[in-house]
Design a protein around this ligand. Structure first.
Ligand code: HEM
Length: 518
């Protein structure tokens, strides 16, 4: 009797399990069919078909912003493609960029993480990659109050000025020894040291000194790793295989960063460190960590390290590469270089001093040169990727939930449908024009737009203008070995930021009395 009951129960059980399984499979099938038909009905944007598993990845080539621009001419200003198995939407017109980053800003306010930001960048805890929400808002608020907005930005002016002074001094050392200068390299040292001083009261990129050299090596390695397209990020089902063997490199790099930043925290635990009479950013964070925003917001050691690391990454190369491109363009256009120098000389009215930040607003032609540089040479050509939090509709097309959004700022800023003579470097197009680069005019958005617009935009702008004006005021710059300006190599190298593929080497000739270089 017991045995037959058991048999009954067990057979009953197996029937219900079987039924449940069939039901689950049926539901999954149904969901897929509904999704497919919904997608068809709602129309995905046009785009290349791609291959199974890898999608359209092979179409990207070495210069994804170039390839995507050419594809947009074939498929249109809003394109859908699979990168690996990831739904990707690429936008290449100001109107559609505005629809995404302004009208639908909230929906695109998070970013897709990557292996680099996960393994190197403290599991996306830094401000650049943190998901949209209260934690990210708290980080933005801290950064605005203590680094980027009004008073903080003004108070930190002497720090920027001092580091630009160090840059002049090292260029002058080359001049005295009649040596050519790798300008990109020195600019990079300058911008990293500005951030190092502001955040840690420390020159993190000195060429001498082991700690500084070590940190610099780490930042360079990070830029290389973070600039790669990683197969596991785009085909998540293959992530575990780590096909490119990068995971251990990233973890190793993370450990070195962590060791460095932990050491910095240890130094700041006991005493507040100041720079220019003001507590440095790490001291501020340390003092505030138990109630950061006056609303009980807390920061752990890991949060602090992640924040510092992402600020270094976001602020260093972007700024220095912009100045390098500007100087390269001015060397190719000597009449524009002269015009800038004349403008600076006339604003200085013969005073024996260096350029100050308060002079910058009077340098309208120099400002136009900077805008034109941002247009032709945006340091992050595809901005930083965004993620569709929910499915939505853009220009009548269906954008699936979790699709990755890429805005091809580089493409829009060189598009003949948007700009006249788009490939010509012509600062005059911005003279007397209201078009700005700060995220409200979508034909030129080097800092992005919307809620996730560059947090350091004002600081970046000031640094680019100050460094450029100071260099042009202080030196005549020419090419070595009789190289012709019109032959200067302007080829780009794609990475986390867009550099000159061939570094800019210049010969400096001093224009000012010698004491101004010390
Ligand atoms: C010429 C200089 C710079 C350029 C061209 C630039 C460009 C950009 C771009 C395109 C983005 C992505 C915006 C978007 O998704 O819409 C970004 C984000 C960001 N940038 Fe900059 N940047 C520059 C300088 C700086 C500096 C100096 C700092 C700070 C030290 C900085 C900190 C950030 C941060 C924290 C983010 C992430 C914002 C967020 O996700 O909330 N940037 N930047």
């Amino acid at each position: 009797m017991d045995a037959s009951l058991e048999l009954l129960q067990s057979s009953g059980l197996s029937v219900s399990l079987g039924q449940a399984l069939s039901l689950i499979l049926l539901s999954i099938g149904l969901i897929c069919v509904v999704k497919q038909s919904l997608r068809k009905r709602l129309r995905l944007p046009p785009g290349p078909t791609g291959w199974p598993l890898i999608g359209s990845l092979p179409l990207l080539g070495n210069m994804p912003h170039h390839s995507l621009y050419h594809l947009s001419k074939q498929y249109g200003p809003i394109m859908y493609l699979k990168l690996g198995t990831t739904d990707t939407v690429v936008v290449s017109s100001p109107k559609i960029a505005e629809a995404c980053l302004k009208t639908n800003d909230l929906n695109f306010s998070s970013r897709p993480g990557s292996s680099a930001t996960k393994y190197i960048g403290y599991d996306n805890k830094g401000i650049v990659m943190a998901p949209y929400g209260p934690y990210w808002r708290m980080l933005r608020k801290i950064c605005n109050i203590h680094l980027f907005a009004g008073k903080a930005l003004d108070d930190l002016q002497p720090v920027r000025q001092a580091e630009v002074g160090m840059l002049l001094k090292s260029i002058m050392d080359h001049e005295r020894q009649e040596k050519a200068v790798n300008l990109g390299d020195l600019l990079n040292i300058c911008t990293a040291n500005v951030l190092g001083q502001i955040m840690l009261s420390r020159r993190v990129f000195d060429s001498q000194g082991s700690t500084a050299g070590e940190f610099r090596g780490m930042v360079v390695e990070q830029m290389e790793l973070a600039g790669k397209f990683i197969i596991g990020d785009l085909v998540p089902s293959l992530a575990w295989m780590d096909l490119q063997g990068l995971r251990s490199k990233m973890k190793n790099l993370h450990n070195r960063f962590d060791e460095f930043l932990s050491r910095m925290i240890k130094e700041h635990e006991t005493a507040s460190c100041t720079i220019g009479g003001r507590a440095d950013f790490l001291s501020v964070l340390w003092a505030l960590r138990n109630d950061v925003d006056g609303e009980g917001g807390k920061l752990t050691d890991t949060d602090i390290k992640a924040l510092l690391l992402t600020l270094f990454t976001a602020g260093t190369d972007t700024t220095s590469s912009t100045v390098e491109w500007a100087i390269a363009e001015l060397i190719r256009h000597p009449e524009m270089m002269r015009k800038c120098q004349q403008e600076i000389d006339s604003v200085m009215r013969g005073e024996q001093r260096r350029v100050k930040e308060s002079d910058l607003q009077k340098l309208t032609y120099l400002q136009a040169v900077v805008k034109e540089t941002f247009r032709l040479h945006p340091s992050t050509p595809l901005l930083l990727p965004r993620l569709a939090a929910e499915a939505c509709e853009i220009e009548g097309y269906y954008i699936p939930k979790n699709a990755r959004l890429m805005v091809n700022a580089w493409g829009m800023q060189r598009d003949p449908d948007v700009w006249e003579r788009p490939l010509e470097f012509d600062p005059n197009r911005f003279v007397g024009s209201n078009v700005d680069v700060r995220g409200s005019d979508f034909q030129v958005i080097p800092f992005g737009a919307g809620r996730r617009i560059c947090a350091g935009m004002s600081m970046g702008m000031r640094m680019v203008q100050l460094i450029l004006a100071t260099l042009l005021h202080s030196f005549d710059l020419s090419l070595p070995d009789g190289q012709l300006p019109e032959k200067l190599d302007m080829v780009e190298a794609f990475g986390l930021t867009m550099h000159k593929a061939v570094p800019l080497i210049v010969v400096p000739a001093a224009r000012l009395p010698l004491h101004l270089y010390n």
